[in-house]
Design a protein around this ligand. Structure first.
Ligand code: NAD
Length: 456
């Protein structure tokens, strides 16, 4: 068992490859809670745990790159694997390339692994499509795009294959698909065209969506506005088009006409990104299968109002791996992270007080400590999500925003001013001055020099 700080409770905070935003915000918020330790595949996330108090021994903060492979809720253990070349754990030091497998004991477990991409079992997605879930995915998409552009330039201008290689197709018109399609279009028109003159006339960006609308969670006015902006930008929007199969060159789909008739369509692609939504990770399914109360958990783990896992002993779960009345967004995960951090800080104070009470003999001081303990031990309020609105970037320095102020007012905005609002809201939500500076300086670099058009 790991003990953190001087005594009592140890806490393992467990995460694998969760959604980028979810992980960063949740973990940073949790790391603010004293004595939490993070197990993460991402350096930034584990760096957020610097606030851990107590002995900062080798095993105090587990380095990034550790992947949780199994959980045993009965014996309170997490099995982990680490593939790094150099890794310190306990007293053991290993520098060979064999993965290190070990088991951690926990007293409290926070489970925040996010979700993975939902492919709905559609044939060909895993083999041929890229995703946009992890930071590495973005690099892979960019690389693929460059490769296809280079390959296309070996072919004559009127070649069908050249046209196909220069087709960028995104499947799924949720916020991920819309923002990606918009960014790619910006990239081609604002930056790539300076390095490869004429590319803007040859490249196409297509967004395929099964439903009648993209961004279905937004106000209808904003959906129409998004469609108009896409039209102005020359971005092909193919709604009512359900993807059925993918091979190495084409997307096979069924288009539903307004009169209800369906037609098979084939959409050639050079680069394809699948953004069809969220599904549960294997680890989450494994955990659910071990807990009776989770047997009905199809869309995510079931938790109570205090984020305690139903049927789990001292396990808390939050973010996209859970199924609650709240949407699977970074905003929800962030607020849940803050809620849990406060909860753990309070528990920690209670334990400290109890220790102080045990070692105090002076009556007056004892009374005061007992009163403080009573106040602290009052039942916590359940977690309550405060929806502040939804924002999405739609290209050409324009964004859409569905904002709400409590239950009494909502407003739907779209345009360039909304884009600046989107940016300021984004910076405000980032935790830590360091992150804010990094992000703002990245934006400044892009504004001055354009996006990076060099190959990796
Ligand atoms: P999503 O579930 O919101 O959208 C997926 C889309 O794919 C849906 O519109 C669905 O109809 C479509 N789709 C599914 N199968 C299809 C098929 N066979 N053919 C064609 N289309 C198909 O997923 P997402 O966009 O990845 O978002 C996931 C979560 O993350 C959401 O809760 C979202 O709000 C959140 N998110 C928010 C932002 C933001 O606030 N700006 C950005 C990214 C993600």
């Amino acid at each position: 068992m790991f003990t953190v700080g001087s005594r009592t409770a140890s806490r393992a905070v467990c995460t694998t490859n969760g959604s980028q935003l979810l992980r960063r915000s949740t973990l940073q918020a949790l790391a603010a809670s004293n004595r939490a330790r993070l197990l993460s595949t991402e350096t930034r996330a584990s760096a957020g745990s610097k606030g851990s108090s107590g002995n900062n021994s080798n095993n105090e903060v587990l380095k990034s790159g550790a992947i949780a492979t199994d959980l045993d809720p009965e014996n309170k253990t997490v099995s982990i694997e680490h593939k790094s070349q150099r890794f310190n754990i306990g007293d053991a030091f290993t520098n060979d390339s064999e993965p290190i497998e070990t088991t951690l004991h926990y007293d409290y477990l926070v489970y925040a692994v996010g979700a993975t991409v939902n492919t709905f079992g559609i044939p060909g997605i895993y083999e041929h499509a890229s995703f946009l879930k992890e930071a590495n995915d973005a690099t892979a998409v960019r690389q693929k795009l460059f490769n296809q552009i280079e390959a296309s330039r070996l072919l004559p201008k009127d070649s069908e294959d050249r046209k196909r290689l220069l087709s960028f197709v995104v499947c799924g018109g949720g916020p991920t698909g819309v923002e990606l399609a918009a960014e790619i279009k910006d990239y081609i028109f604002q930056d790539l065209c300076k390095f490869i003159p004429g590319i803007e006339n040859e490249m196409s960006v297509t967004l395929i969506e099964a439903q009648h609308n993209v961004l279905s969670m937004f106000h209808p006015r904003l959906i129409e506005y998004t469609k108009d902006v896409f039209k102005q930008q020359g971005l092909n929007l193919q709604t009512d088009t359900m993807v059925k199969k993918i091979d190495d060159k084409n997307v096979y789909a069924t288009y539903r006409h307004p009169n209800g008739k369906t037609e098979d369509v084939v959409i050639p692609y050079g680069t394809l990104v699948w953004a069809g939504g969220n599904a549960q990770r294997e680890l989450t399914k494994k955990l659910a299968s071990k807990i009776v109360e989770q047997q009905t958990a199809r869309r995510g783990l079931l938790v109570d109002d205090y984020l305690r896992l139903d049927g789990g002993d001292q396990i808390y779960a939050l973010g996209d791996c859970t199924f609650t009345q709240n949407p699977p967004t970074a905003q929800v995960a962030h607020q849940q992270g803050v809620f849990l951090a406060e909860h753990f800080n309070k528990q920690s104070k209670i334990e400290d007080l109890k220790y102080e009470i045990d070692s105090t003999t002076e009556e007056a001081k004892l009374n005061k400590l007992n009163q403080r303990l009573k106040r602290l031990e009052k039942k916590d309020k359940p977690f309550e999500y405060i929806h502040q609105g939804a924002l999405a970037y739609i290209g050409s320095e324009r964004a859409v925003a569905d904002l709400s102020w409590g239950d009494w007012s909502t407003v739907a905005l779209g345009g360039t001013m909304t884009f600046f609002f989107w940016r300021s809201a984004y910076v405000t939500m980032l935790l830590g001055i360091r992150n804010k500076i990094f992000v703002v300086s990245d934006w400044l670099k892009v504004a001055i020099f354009g996006r990076d058009c060099s190959q990796e």
